[in-house]
Write a protein of this length. Structure first.
Length: 305
């Protein structure tokens, strides 16, 4: 059996064009071997995680033309933003007046106006506020609001939040600049409903579900200082009524530490006189009516009862 020629060490974890012979120093036959990845026509890569959006984008990067950036759901995934589904194909946006990217595994777009972009993990992506506008035609209203919430809410480290990747003002500015096209109505409906503080799409969905049922709007992740001096952050709350909502997602089945932390938070809130409502996916779906009725009844009780 013929032994494969060793590939240069600098190719490990790299992507390159097939035609860049001087860089990869490999024959056409060597590039056809099973240890060489062929995610996109005209490019090859070695040892990239092609099941991950970052790996797929790195595999496509050598094919980017001048002015092209990753966009739409691909940009959102690179930025760590929540989407109902992670796109398998790579979305690439070309500059106005040029042609869209084509090929296996890529969805090309051409911008009608120049959009701001940034580098993230060394890759060019559309600026977050404009990614939000791009996805307005693809997402439901609740998911678009959840995406906006994630953009304007920085991750919390202990009691402090890190800077958000964009501000609400930047979202408003992008919406004003966005051409009247598909998705414009969703942008207008979603923009005034975006709030800072939500830490998961389900928290946003819960907040919107309560409001759309005619109930008061709860506050996302408001700090609650307990008598012990400990500060906790319930997912949503009516602070003046000492009512907290805690969403029980799938992570509570798969992440034991998270489950234990959330359980302790619910216990200390209850001990401090708070009414803690545990919410599941059914409460936002098939059990929605009964769930809303229960919250409405609780709010109708005298304070402290």
């Amino acid at each position: 059996m013929t032994r494969r020629a060793a590939l240069p060490a600098h190719l490990t974890g790299a992507a390159f064009r097939v035609r860049d012979r001087e860089f990869h120093q490999a024959s056409r036959n060597r590039l056809a071997a099973s240890d060489v990845q062929r995610a996109f026509t005209g490019a090859r890569s070695i040892d990239l995680d092609l099941d991950d959006v970052l790996g797929r984008c790195r595999a496509y990067e050598p094919l980017l033309r001048a002015g092209e950036v990753f966009s739409h759901g691909t940009a959102a995934s690179l930025l760590g933003l929540p989407l109902p589904e992670t796109p398998e194909s790579v979305h690439v946006l070309a500059a106005p007046g040029t042609t869209r990217a084509r090929g296996r595994g890529v969805i090309g777009h051409v911008a009608s106006v120049a959009l701001p972009s940034m580098l993230h993990d060394g890759l060019p992506v559309v600026a977050p506020a404009y990614v939000w506008c791009q996805l307005a035609a693809e997402l439901t209203l609740y998911d678009l609001v959840a995406l906006g919430d994630a953009i304007v809410t920085g991750p919390r480290r202990g009691q402090k939040r890190q800077p958000a990747i964009a501000t609400l003002g930047e979202l408003r500015a992008a919406a004003r600049r966005w051409p009247p096209r598909r998705g414009a109505a969703n942008i207008l409906a979603a923009l005034p409903r975006i709030r800072e503080g939500a830490e998961s799409p389900k928290e946003t969905h819960l907040r919107l579900t309560l409001v759309d049922a005619g109930l008061p709007e709860p506050v996302p992740n408001a700090p609650v200082r307990l008598p012990s001096g400990v500060v906790v952050h319930p997912d949503l709350s009516y602070p003046q009524r000492k009512i907290a909502f805690e969403y029980l997602g799938d992570i509570h089945r798969t992440d034991r530490r998270r489950w234990q932390d959330d359980l302790r938070r619910r216990r200390v809130l209850t001990s401090a006189g708070w009414h803690v409502i545990e919410v599941t996916a059914d409460d936002l779906g098939s059990n929605r009516g009964a769930f809303i009725d229960g919250v409405r009844d609780l709010l109708a009780r005298p304070v402290g009862s």
